[in-house]
Design a protein around this ligand. Sequence first.
Ligand code: FAD
Ligand code: UDP
Length: 440
Amino acid sequence: MFDYLIVGAGFAGSVLAERLANQAGKRVLILDKRNHIGGNAYDCYNDDGILIHKYGPHIFHTNSERVFEYLTQFTEWRPYEHRVLASVEGKLLPIPINRTTVNLLYGKDLQTDAECQAFFDSVVEPREVCRTSEDVVVSKVGWDLYLKFFRGYTRKQWSLDPSELDAQVTARIPTRTCTDDRYFGDAFQAMPLHGYTRMFERMLSNPNIKIMLNTDYRDILTMIPYREMIFTGPVDQYFNYCYGKLPYRSLEFRHETLDVEQALPVAVVNYPNDHEYTRVTEFKQLTGQKHPKTGVVYEYPRAEGDPYYPIPKPECSALYQKYKELADATPNVHFVGRLATYKYYNMDQVVAQALATFEKMMGTKRERVVLPSAETSQPARPAAPVPTAVAAAGIAANGKTAPVNSNGAATMVSNGHASGATSKGSSAATTAVLDEDDDE
Ligand code: FAD
Ligand code: UDP
């Protein structure tokens, strides 16, 4: 008899399997219908020996020291700060939009945050309430930058106009008046040194955790005795689509190996206005792998296929609420993760949600748990000073020291860019609060 049957071996399922086995001494069966662990964060070596992310680029970033420390038990880290260029009018320009973007696009020479803010002030379209993804962008940078960087990309990615999507979608991308060109402003930004899959293997290494792959839970449910279930697949699937299908956005990934050492100027190039794909990613720039060839992936948005993105818009949230009521009324089944709680969560948010669920299951849950935010419009500082050990060595697992940058300094913590974030507009992706009703 297993204490827990866990459906899905991604972050949600694996964190809970690890906690239940290592902290609570429970016997766990974790299964996945895919032929691997790691969920959408799975990485592997392709036929040419290049480490790739099968389901598109996964870059770890968080403002939660707790989440970072938790994962540090299972991996060493490679310091990495993500940078993205957008191909607009034949130029490759920094996205998030910053002062450099404005200068290069419009041939300006804005020298200070104040000058850049004055420019934004001259072009913004103020909105009383930022309800949609269009509101968020035009109220921060105006219509022209919105058209050039956001409208086309969003229509391609979601097959919806930004005016139909909740504010949280484009609010993931900050706007800056400084020249900070990092994609994320989080306090902790790093990649698992040996990849995500290796990290998941370590999480699931307790002999009390049994792993079953290539298995849809619906095929074995009656055969395996267990006390409670943790479900991390699509919530509508669990309830047999009784209220109809919840819409998810899918992607098709086209992976290629190119016979050059480096293909792109930065790890990711976005194409808001050209091509059928939204972005191209070069994995070696994320992983730091040295190899004479390079691996890239193109992402083609699709209506059909594996469910990758919940769709943040009012009708979908309303339908999800109906499933959530059913979920809440289902005893001994805990719904956790991006698909099971229909939330556009990053990896760190799913880890935080799973940790909170564990505490609640063990009766040790704090009243309200603050999930790490999705992107905020302000490059963030750590809430508390980062412990010296973290800053100096990236809290390397197993006592080893994480790699350092070319100056010999660990670059795990980067909080030197707090100035220069525009204060215009309000980010709908503010810190998510996980309360009694939100975590399972
Ligand atoms: P999943 O990883 O989806 O795991 C759920 C698992 O359940 C899957 O493996 C699935 O096969 C299994 N399952 C479903 N139904 C069944 C069934 N019936 N029987 C058995 N198994 C089943 N986050 C970041 O923080 N940074 C990034 O850069 C980033 N990039 C992303 C890029 C893309 C293209 C996508 C799609 C997501 C990205 N994310 C990123 C988000 C990240 O992937 C998720 O937050 C995280 O992987 C969610 O973990 P999960 O365990 O909730 O779900
Ligand atoms: N977005 C955009 N242009 C860009 C980058 C992002 O319009 O160059 C919008 C788009 O709607 C996208 C959303 O912002 O879906 C979130 O972007 P992010 O890079 O966070 O998407 P993810 O990595 O989750 O696919």
